[in-house]
Ligand binder design. Sequence first.
Ligand code: NOJ
Length: 562
Amino acid sequence: MNRAFWKEAVVYQIYPRSFQDSNGDGIGDLRGIISRLDYLQKLGVDVVWLSPVYKSPNDDNGYDISDYQDIMDEFGTLADWEELLAGMHERGIKLMMDLVINHSSDEHAWFVESRSSKDNPYRDYYIWRPGGPNGELPNNWSSIFSGPAWEYDEKTDEYYLHLFSRKQPDLNWENPKLREELYKMMAFWLDKGVDGLRMDVINMISKVEGLPSVTHEGLAPGDLAGGGEYYMNGPRVHEFLQEMNREVLSKYDVMTVGETPGASVEDAILYTDEDRKELQMVFQFEHMDVDAGPTGKWEVTPWNLTKLRDILHKWQVGLAERGWNSLYLNNHDQPRMVSRFGNDGKYRVLSAKMLATLLHTLKGTPYIYQGEEIGMTNVKFPALEDYKDIEILNMYREKVTEGGADHDVILNAIHVKGRDNARTPMQWNAGENAGFTTGTPWLKVNPNYTDINTEQALADPDSVFYYYQQLIALRKKHLIMVYGDYELLLPENEYVYAYSRTLKNEKWLVLLNFSDVPQEVELPEELAAVNGVIVGNYGGEQPAEERGTLRPYEAVVYSLKS
Ligand code: NOJ
């Protein structure tokens, strides 16, 4: 058991645009965050992961950076940022910045240079290719935000690669000068006292040489076809990360988490095995695909506990010896967890607490997304015009406007899966715009803010907020929550996720009912010897004879007699 801060920590993610506006322009900002630091301290989190705050034209809300070393105008100034950092440190909270270095904005000075001529010194900072003789694209990869991954640029009669929007050209990591510049930029922030880095799609930085086209059977000329196998976990990614570690990370005490869509357990071990000196943990996506269909996330598909548990279990076992898990059920790219995996109606509070129990009692580092701690839910805007996310809008255009798909089917998919579910403004109180802004919010507030808001939560001792506070405090007291070995129980039960955690002679039993009806559980005898309840979402002790029945969405953690 190698103890480490980043294993024992609880991280809270802030999506600044939607957290708290301080100047009435309808957009969250740094001074808004500063005004809410006491709230975060009260919750008890150790680290804040701040989604990007750098200069950006906001094609993808800050994930398109035009200046890595300055702050977005809407969010404030570098001086505000310094004050934010100081305010966090005063409260014992560390700051994890978002590092978006697979791509930049097309408005970054490097790209402006790069596109200006073929012999510009910055040309090779990006990935340029000529088209085919008959105007074909350089290859058949599609962009993750719909359409081709290539954009034609008239000036030099070539195409540039963009795995995301056309305003997010991919950086060319094959170029050592580019890498050096990125490392220098990272040192700039780390020298200022940044404590952690979350690395955006970091497993996409190395593309297979020659950028080959996908060659599935049945593909007609001109068809687009993903391409992930040629850029996710690519040939040089580990070499690049080890270089980054040598050149920058190893020189600081810095917490790291890499976002790695498409990474398997085996990949994750390579990224996070401490001996390999790459990253500390990754965000894997397998459990986020549990309700995706064969054509991807927009094909809404029912999930069930068996599928979800199989995935989480695989990752628990897979990283038990080497590597480390991150634990999350939502973030700014995912629908709200209580709507997706719980019940956002009658059992909203109970199921939000049940899911929180899962996140805090599996082995790994828990990540809380803003609003999760008060049980914020998905939103169902009736009109497409209410949505702002580029992924949603591009997808709608491709599928409905150009592709003729049914509007209602796609709108339903947006309601269930769209990223704007997570991006509606933070609900602070029942007043105008949920206390988020005095102006017009950039994205509408979820109408349920009159019931679900932090003021209500702080006034209610049984709120989701206080349950999170309790779980976070427990983690500080009980090393078993961090380091205890995980073992799956009741593998055949379709509605209850049960497991134990063991550290030396301490043993805990976790029972989670994922259904809205009571569930009987039969536990192996040696586990039946309950010492006491550590935490539970129904509160209080239950008479021993009723312990075999879990109430709807009940979560309970027992300590067992050893
Ligand atoms: C992952 C980020 O989390 C997401 O919000 C963004 O759109 C893409 N990477 C591109 O940067």
